[in-house]
Write a protein that binds this ligand. Structure first.
Ligand code: ADP
Ligand code: MG
Length: 314
C-alpha cells in the first residue's frame, strides 16, 4: 500500500473511533490469526454487581458488609466499586451518597463516616487485596489469595463458591483475622455485541481466545455464553504476556484486546495490541490500537480495514 493509502485508512479508522498508532500495526492487523480477549471489562461490561452475600460467622450482615466495603474502598478494581455500592445500599438505601468525581474515583460524601479505617492497604493483582482493620488482617479475593496465606477454606464456603462459579459469577472470599467470615457473589454481564463478534471473527478465519485472572469455573461459564472454546484462566498479569508468546511460537500473528493495568504486558507483547478506550491509561499506552467506542465490533473493523488496505499489493 502507498503512504497515501495508509493515511486514508488511518483516517477511516479515526472516523470510526479506531485510533491506529502507526502504519506498521495497520499492516500487521491483516494477518491476525488469534485474538486473545481479556474477560473483565473487555468481553464483559466491567460493571460488576453484587448478587449474593453469605456470612459464615457470628458477624451480622451489616458488620460483614461494612468490613469488606472498608477494605475495598481503597481499590480501583471493578469488583471494588460493586462491593462498596452494595454495602452502601444495604446501610442507607441511597446509591447517590457515594459520589464519583470526574476521574471516576470514589469520593466519600455525606456518609463517609460509615467506613472503617483500613491501613497498610495493598492491591494484589490477580488475587485481591490485603489491609488491616481494627488491628486485624483482612484479606479479600480469590482462593489463591487465601491459600497463599495459609487460610483454610471451610467446605461450606467452598460449596458456595462452586455454586456461584457454575453460574458465571465470581466468588469473593473475605477473611478477617485469618478466618473466612463470608463470601460475596459478583456478576458482570457480557457486552451486548460480544457473542456476535466472536462468531464474526471465527467466520473470518480468526480464532478467539479468552485469557483471564478469574477462576476456571467462572471463566468457562462465561466463555460458553460468548462462544469461545479456548480459555486460559487463573492467569496472573505477567502470565498473560506468556500466553501471547505461546501463541506466537509458530510465527502466528496475535492480537490482544484488553482494558486493565494487568493487561498492559500482554498488550505490549502482542503483535497487535488493542486497548478499550474506556480502559486504564496504562493499557492505552501499551496498545497500538485504541477502540474509542468501547465496542468489540471495532476489532473486526480494524482487521477489515487492514485487509482492504493491503489486499491490492498481495
Ligand atoms: P481479569 O483478568 O478477569 O481482568 P484480574 O486479574 O483483575 O481479572 O483479577 C483476577 C481475580 O482476582 C478476580 O477474578 C478476583 O477473583 C480477584 N480480585 C482481584 N482484585 C480484587 C479485588 N479488589 N477484590 C476482590 N477480588 C479481587
Ligand atoms: Mg480487564
Amino acid at each position: 500500500a502507498t503512504p497515501t493509502a495508509i493515511m486514508v485508512a488511518t483516517g477511516v479508522g479515526a472516523n470510526n473511533g479506531v485510533l491506529i498508532k502507526g502504519g506498521d500495526s495497520l499492516e500487521r492487523a491483516q494477518k491476525i490469526k488469534y485474538v486473545l480477549f481479556d474477560k473483565t471489562g473487555t468481553l464483559t461490561q466491567g460493571k460488576a454487581t453484587v448478587t449474593d452475600a453469605k456470612v459464615f460467622s457470628a458477624m451480622s450482615r451489616g458488620d460483614f458488609l461494612t468490613l469488606v466495603a472498608s477494605a475495598e474502598a481503597s481499590s480501583e478494581h471493578p469488583i471494588s466499586k460493586a462491593i462498596v455500592d452494595y454495602a452502601q445500599h444495604f446501610h442507607f438505601f441511597d446509591g447517590d451518597s457515594v459520589a464519583n468525581d470526574t476521574k471516576g474515583h470514589r469520593k466519600q460524601s455525606k456518609y463517609s463516616g460509615w467506613l472503617l479505617d483500613a491501613v497498610d492497604f495493598s492491591a494484589l493483582p490477580g488475587r485481591g487485596l490485603e489491609c488491616f482493620i481494627n488491628g486485624k488482617r483482612v484479606l479479600v479475593g480469590n482462593r489463591k489469595l487465601l491459600t497463599e496465606n495459609g487460610i483454610e477454606i471451610p467446605s461450606e464456603a467452598e460449596n458456595f463458591l462452586v455454586e456461584l462459579e457454575e453460574n458465571a459469577k465470581t466468588g469473593v472470599l473475605v477473611a478477617n483475622d485469618d478466618v473466612v467470615v463470608g463470601i460475596l457473589g459478583v456478576a458482570d454481564p457480557l457486552k451486548r455485541e460480544a457473542a456476535v463478534v466472536v462468531e464474526g471473527l471465527t467466520k473470518m478465519g480468526v480464532t478467539p481466545v479468552m485469557v483471564t485472572g478469574d477462576n476456571w469455573r467462572t471463566a468457562q461459564a462465561v466463555a460458553k455464553e460468548v462462544g469461545i472454546q479456548d480459555v486460559r484462566a487463573e492467569v496472573m498479569p505477567a502470565g498473560k504476556a506468556d500466553v501471547i508468546r505461546s501463541f506466537q511460537q509458530d510465527g502466528s500473528i496475535v492480537a490482544m484486546v484488553g482494558d486493565g493495568i494487568n493487561d498492559s504486558p500482554a498488550l505490549a507483547a502482542a503483535d497487535v495490541g488493542m486497548a478499550i478506550g474506556a480502559g486504564t491509561d496504562i493499557a492505552i499506552e501499551a496498545a497500538e490500537y485504541v477502540l474509542m467506542r468501547n465496542n468489540l465490533e471495532d476489532v473486526i473493523t480494524a482487521i477489515d480495514l487492514s485487509r482492504k488496505t493491503f489486499s491490492r499489493i498481495r
